[in-house]
Design a protein around this ligand. Structure first.
Ligand code: HEC
Ligand code: HEC
Ligand code: HEC
Length: 432
């Protein structure tokens, strides 16, 4: 048999299989209901729903800058184009006011909207699928008792073939593990109930792996050893949280608790990018026991790691202050040390993150550090951290590169980043 014909035949059969599969599994519309009245839900259920809503960061994606809460319209950049979040307020026309609990549960579990259309996995239903029925009910009670916003969110319009939502059926066959999390073994020495609770929150509503896991060519999260092994979002590296964590100090429970509560941990530093809203809208507001449980689970992933030895920072800093022969040292002592040096006095501007311990200077790529220096940190994760000015207009590309490679090598003790100046230029050009 002619090989060409044969492969055409195989391809034909595959296409038929997909089409038939799609036809057999086409999803029905769930009839609209009138929005449930507030008295329909108990006070306790609504309060519990609020906590879950925070654990799930719903508002981070469903509110656009300057827009009304949960009215949608935030553009999420995907390799296929912009995907807009939807209005999830109880407005019957533009929001989910007409959605029964059944319709809401199907969306969260299977990524299918009330009318039976597949939703794009930019909506992290691959994580939310693990949420229990009881928690979904509470979440529904919270959402349905918020003020309705009568406003349409922009429609997502990706190019062919990504505009064919039914194609997501196949993606789900490959990558959606529907329903409760599979049973896993509790690492030795950890409190089982607390660890299970942490795992449920991290892998379910917290959807931490949506940003902290690498993705494959089909935009699905990689599992196994790569799970929580470091990902990317909006040009920022989301560092590994598992045993591959690049942080010089192992993240211990107390560090994680403080970081997820406030955005800062003295042994690690501060959040500088897309993690800030996750903390502000999400983890900072969780019940103490839930936040401790998340910390237990994440610390458990790294518990066999050891700390990396660091150079003596006070000696580096006093040498830097005397140094006049290196451009990087001059820029560092002139522009950064007033707020970052550990050897200098009180904190004048909120916290004083140690740049030696900051994970940003221990990553394989310089992007996070470049973004922090060019744009500063203008929206801290919590009050009291302080802000940092951006140096976009004060330093040129070669100065930023000299400064960052000085910190990288002399302060953090890592090999310099190659082609740093080109990278600074490229990131600077993304804006303006
Ligand atoms: C990472 C961003 C992100 C987060 C976090 C997120 N969503 Fe969404 N959500 C989206 C996007 C994007 C869509 C639209 C997907 C599409 O058009 O295919 C969506 C769609 C939905 C829909 C379908 C609505 C409709 O009209 O079709 C519901 C319901 C929903 N989200 C609820 C939630 C809830 C509840 C939470 C918090 C537990 C949440 N989302 C958190 C991004 C997000
Ligand atoms: C006016 C004080 C101030 C100056 C000057 C300053 N910073 Fe910052 N920087 C801060 C504060 C405060 C934070 C924490 C902000 C937050 O999280 O809200 C921070 C955060 C950072 C972060 C992220 C922290 C982390 O732990 O990952 C980096 C990287 C950083 N600064 C680098 C620099 C560099 C390099 C310079 C010199 C060019 C500099 N900063 C100058 C105050 C300052
Ligand atoms: C929207 C994407 C996103 C989500 C969701 C997210 N993170 Fe992050 N996270 C980041 C990014 C990006 C950074 C690094 C830059 C920064 O500070 O923003 C980060 C930094 C961190 C750090 C500091 C790591 C280090 O070594 O410096 C920890 C710890 C962390 N996240 C934990 C979590 C946990 C736990 C969750 C789930 C509850 C979570 N993150 C959810 C994007 C995300």
């Amino acid at each position: 048999m002619n090989l060409k014909k044969w492969s055409a035949g195989v391809a034909g059969v595959a296409v038929i299989a997909v089409v038939v599969g799609m036809a057999l599994t086409s999803h029905s519309t769930i009839d609209p209901v009138s929005p449930p009245q507030a008295g329909h839900f108990s006070h306790d259920e609504i309060a519990r729903g609020q906590q879950l809503y925070q654990a799930g960061d719903c508002a981070v994606c469903h509110t656009r800058p300057g827009g009304k809460r949960d009215a949608g319209g935030l553009a999420l950049n995907s390799p296929m184009g912009a995907i807009y979040s939807t209005n999830i307020t109880p407005d019957p026309q533009y929001g989910i006011g007409g959605w029964s609990f059944e319709a809401f549960r199907r969306a969260m579990r299977e990524g299918i909207d009330r009318e039976g259309n597949h939703l794009y996995p930019a909506f992290p239903y691959t994580a939310y699928t693990h949420v229990s029925d009881g928690d979904l009910k509470a979440l529904y009670a919270w959402l349905m008792t918020r003020p309705a916003v009568h406003e349409a969110a922009p429609e997502t319009d990706l190019g062919f073939p990504f505009n064919i939502r039914r194609g997501i059926w196949l993606w789900n066959q490959l990558f959606l593990d529907k329903g409760p999390l599979p049973v896993a073994r509790v690492p030795e020495g950890l409190d089982p109930a607390r660890w299970e609770r942490g795992r449920y929150l991290v892998e379910g509503l917290g959807h931490c792996s949506a940003c902290h896991s690498p993705r494959n060519l089909l935009f699905a999260e990689k599992g196994g050893e790569s799970h929580l092994g470091g990902g990317e979002v909006d040009g920022w590296v989301a560092p590994a949280l598992n045993a591959q964590s690049p942080a010089p100090h192992r993240w211990q429970e107390e560090d994680l608790y403080q970081f997820l509560k406030t955005g800062y941990s003295p042994r690690h530093g501060a959040t500088a990018g897309p993690m800030a809203p996750v903390i502000k809208e999400g983890t900072s507001a969780l019940a103490e026991s839930d936040l401790r449980a998340i910390a237990t689970y994440i610390a458990g992933l790294q518990k066999d790691r050891t700390d990396r030895p660091l150079l003596p920072v006070k000696a580096i800093e006093s040498a830097t202050l005397r140094s006049t022969d290196s451009e990087g040292a001059r820029l560092y002592s002139g522009a950064c040390m007033a707020c970052h040096a550990q050897s200098l006095g009180a904190d004048m501007h909120g916290v004083r993150p140690s740049l030696q311990q900051a994970t940003q200077f221990h990553l394989a790529t310089p992007d996070n550090a470049i973004r922090a220096v060019l744009d500063g940190v203008t929206e801290p994760a919590s009050d009291g951290l302080g802000t940092m000015p951006g140096f976009r207009h004060n330093m040129n590309d070669s100065q930023v590169a000299a400064l960052l490679n000085f910190i990288r090598q002399q302060v953090a003790g890592q090999p310099t980043w190659p082609d740093l100046e080109q990278r600074v230029r490229a990131i600077r050009a993304e804006r303006h």
